[in-house]
Ligand binder design. Structure first.
Ligand SMILES: [Zn+2]
Length: 284
């Protein structure tokens, strides 16, 4: 059975999402020939690396076979047509800057926009920050954040806590009424008290995520100032469990980045750190 699906060819890095829509026909894979169940739904497929993108030689109208990796993530198993008529974008569709192919620490080639001021990157940073596993701000979809960023209502993380000054404009936004606004504000208010690990995980320091956040939370007693003082004094984070040289460098590099600082520094006056889950790490 053939299904018409729309694949958005997402070339992802931690900080950038590039979208390029490709319409293709997909067909269901015989269950015996794929690792997991074939999907029958319309889906979005993320193509994380350039090697895979090139391997499948995509083109508009191609017939692709898809499956769910680990029962969840839709992936391309095969491109039956391989017309090769679709090529990777050479400029960022958001800011127009030339794109670069970088290698991740794991050797994966990824397409990136390295323009620090690209608004798509800023949106991704906000999405990352608001995620339920980080600052847990519900009620702000990615499309909402795109609207907020493009209208200049949020320029840094601290602006999320001052959205009431844009109340009238926000509730006038398509698909965003008073009810949605109230739900969003409730969630933002709730995030006002957060733990150091939530905060650190939300900052988007490369390779410093939730697990590292928990370790730092424990190490610095849930205290932001202790963490910041450590960075200022050149603390060697490799003394911590699971922290390697790259993570150590990433933390120091992130802290020294003035553009990044403009994003997170204003937040410090808006939130209150609560000391919670300090024993979490030691139990593991
Ligand atoms: Zn860009």
């Amino acid at each position: 059975m053939k299904k018409t699906i729309k694949i958005s060819a997402f070339v992802l890095s931690l900080t950038l999402l590039i979208t390029a829509s490709v319409s293709v026909r997909a067909e269901e894979i015989p269950r015996s020939s794929v690792p997991q169940n074939a999907t029958e739904e319309s889906i979005l497929i993320s193509l994380h690396n350039v090697d895979i993108f090139e391997k499948f030689k995509f083109g508009i109208g191609d017939t692709v076979k898809i499956y769910k990796a680990n029962m969840i993530i839709p992936q391309v198993a095969e491109n039956a047509t391989q017309s090769g008529t679709y090529s990777l974008p050479m400029v960022c569709p958001c800011c127009g800057q030339p794109l670069e192919i970088d290698k991740t620490s794991g050797g994966t080639r990824v397409l990136r926009c390295n323009n620090q001021h690209c608004s798509a990157k800023l949106v991704r940073k906000f999405v990352h920050f608001c995620d339920k596993t980080r600052m847990n701000i519900n009620g702000i979809a990615e499309s909402t954040l795109e609207t907020f960023v493009s209208n200049g209502w949020v320029k840094n993380f601290g602006d999320l806590y001052e959205l009431e000054q844009h109340h009238d404009e926000i509730v006038d936004t398509d698909g965003f009424g008073e009810k949605s606004y109230q739900r969003m504000q409730k969630s933002i208010d709730a995030s006002h008290k957060c733990t150091l690990n939530q905060f650190i995980a939300g900052l988007g320091i490369p390779m410093v995520g939730r697990s590292a956040g928990r370790i730092l939370n424990k190490q610095f007693g849930g205290d932001w100032n202790a963490f910041e003082d450590a960075i200022k004094s050149g603390f060697d984070f490799t003394v911590l469990k699971d922290f390697g040289e790259t993570m150590n460098n990433n933390i120091h590099k992130w802290y020294a980045d003035k553009d990044e600082e403009k994003l997170w520094r204003p937040l410090l006056t808006k939130i209150e750190f609560i000391k919670k889950n300090l024993e979490l790490y030691s139990k593991n």
